[in-house]
Design a protein around this ligand. Structure first.
Ligand SMILES: C[S@@+](CC[C@H](N)C(=O)[O-])C[C@H]1O[C@@H](n2cnc3c(N)ncnc32)[C@H](O)[C@@H]1O
Length: 457
């Protein structure tokens, strides 16, 4: 090819070949799977749907998409002491993770919200449909679906996950006035929570501070009482109390987690910075939603077991979930501080947690497979025929290689195991996408997105 031709080729933009010229991708897309999801979104959604719910486009026919508008605006204020690595992470990820209430609590194994939005679209889910996440963790699917007008049900074995997810959903609409007031008295709030727990012993119900009844103590007692009541019958004032208390508690637990991991900043200052950030993100998304006149869809947050779902046959239009990557992460050990704070006995929970059952690693692995088979059977039962079930899973080949005494390359990947298992439960694989996992490349290199379809009958 001569130089003139080469210049002509080089002047072409890859995206011009993939998308109509009136569509502009969101900046910062740099993984191939993101381009693939954008490609499918473009083929599956109408212009109006792309503007309302698209994950990967900034402009469609000269109009800004909601995703673009939701993520831009005033950048997130990070505390001054934040490392330059953290600052650049937030800059790079403003369209991926740094929007809405997704940043409330850094839960281990959390989904990329933008990817979930893209997958919800690619699975053909529309406002009015219902999506299920049977292992919701911190509720990424529910928060995304809610903002997209899609009904959702989330289930997790851990009561802490239920609390965290509900709080992130409530923060999309709650009145923030009292939490803002609490920020002005952050020392008092912090001292209350600190006294409230001290350092809880595993399984013991933490004692309440025996001081005179202050605002926080009254708020906590009221919140405890209201949690047990039928949520539909709560007055606006009750809701306000409940939501504010949970919002403050999540910020405290988040700061306590940080304080355990890093001595960079004193716990009190950490709490203040986190509460400030929570208020900032909640206020920002609430303003955006009001400006865009978004109608939020209902989300049901449940504690339960993915191996036996309390849902009717064929009652959901789509399922998205990420199971534990066999025994790679001990979610109970990770959350022990928070579980203890909430008075939850993690030992009793252990028997329900997939990936944690069993003693020896090989027994754990065997039980993991049995449990996952039950989960897939349940997913097939509650999903409508022809609908999609998307599973996101990484492979811990290095750990599994040690269990079986073989090289990591000789281990069958979890994604392949789940595809085979799915076939036995009524699912056919439609698409497998893969993405790199950044940061833990020495133990886990890739994560797989498996899109399975339930057979018609
Ligand atoms: C990889 S995490 C999910 C993270 C989630 N996708 C998010 O965005 O935060 C896996 C979750 O499975 C939950 N889990 C483990 N065993 C379970 C069971 N039997 N039933 C329901 N959830 C379970 C764990 O508590 C954990 O939150």
């Amino acid at each position: 090819m001569n130089a003139e031709k080469i210049v002509e080729v080089l002047r072409q933009d890859l995206t011009q070949g993939l998308f109509p010229s009136d569509r502009q991708l969101i900046s910062n897309l740099n993984d191939i799977y993101e381009l693939e999801l954008a490609f499918y979104e473009n083929r599956i959604l109408s212009d109006a749907e792309l503007i309302r719910n698209g994950a990967y486009f900034a402009l469609v026919g000269g109009e800004y998409t909601r995703h673009f508008l939701m993520c831009t605006g005033e950048p997130l204020k990070l505390p001054d002491h934040s490392s330059s690595r953290l600052k650049s992470f937030f800059e790079k990820n403003i369209f991926r993770t740094g929007y809405a209430t997704h940043g409330l609590f850094p839960y281990r194994g959390k989904f990329h919200p933008q990817m979930i939005k893209g997958l919800i679209n690619v699975m053909g889910l529309k406002p009015g449909d219902t999506v299920l996440d049977p292992m919701m963790g911190s509720g990424t699917v529910l928060v995304e679906a809610c903002m997209m007008g899609i009904k959702s049900i989330g289930i997790d074995a851990s009561p802490f996950c239920r609390f965290m997810t509900q709080t992130k959903l409530d923060a999309l609409t709650m009145s923030l006035a009292r939490a803002r007031g609490a920020l002005e008295n952050y020392e008092e709030v912090f001292a209350y929570f600190q006294k409230r727990v001290g350092r809880p012993k595993p399984g013991s119900k933490p004692s309440r501070a025996k001081t005179t009844k202050g605002t926080m103590s009254v708020m906590e007692e009221t919140a405890e009482y209201l949690t047990k009541r039928d949520q539909q019958t709560l007055t606006e004032k009750d809701r306000d109390t409940l939501h504010t208390y949970h919002f403050l508690l999540l910020a405290y637990l988040d700061s306590a987690g940080y304080a355990e991991r890093s001595a960079r900043k004193a716990p009190l200052a950490q709490f203040r910075a986190i509460l400030e950030r929570y208020l900032f993100v909640a206020e920002k998304i609430q303003n955006v939603q009001a400006g865009l006149e978004t109608e939020l869809a209902p989300a049901e947050v449940l504690e339960g077991d993915a191996r036996s779902l309390s849902l009717d046959d064929k009652s959901t239009d789509g399922i998205i979930f990420s199971p534990p990557y066999s025994f790679a992460v001990d979610y109970l050990a990770n959350d022990s501080f928070h579980l203890n704070f909430m008075g939850i006995n993690s030992d009793a929970l252990r028997g329900k947690m997939i990936g944690l059952r069993g003693r020896e690693l090989s027994e754990k692995y065997q039980l993991y497979r049995e449990d996952m088979e039950k989960v897939l059977t349940e997913c097939a039962r509650v999903l409508r025929p022809d609908c999609f079930c998307t599973i996101i899973v990484g492979t811990n080949n290095n750990q599994l290689g040690k269990v079986f005494g073989v090289s990591p390359d000789a281990v069958q990947g979890l994604h392949e195991i789940l595809i085979d298992m799915g076939a036995g439960c009524g699912f056919k694989p439609v698409k497998v996408l893969s993405r790199p996992i950044i940061g833990i490349s020495n133990t886990m290199r890739r994560e797989y997105i498996l899109i399975l379809q339930k057979y018609s009958h």
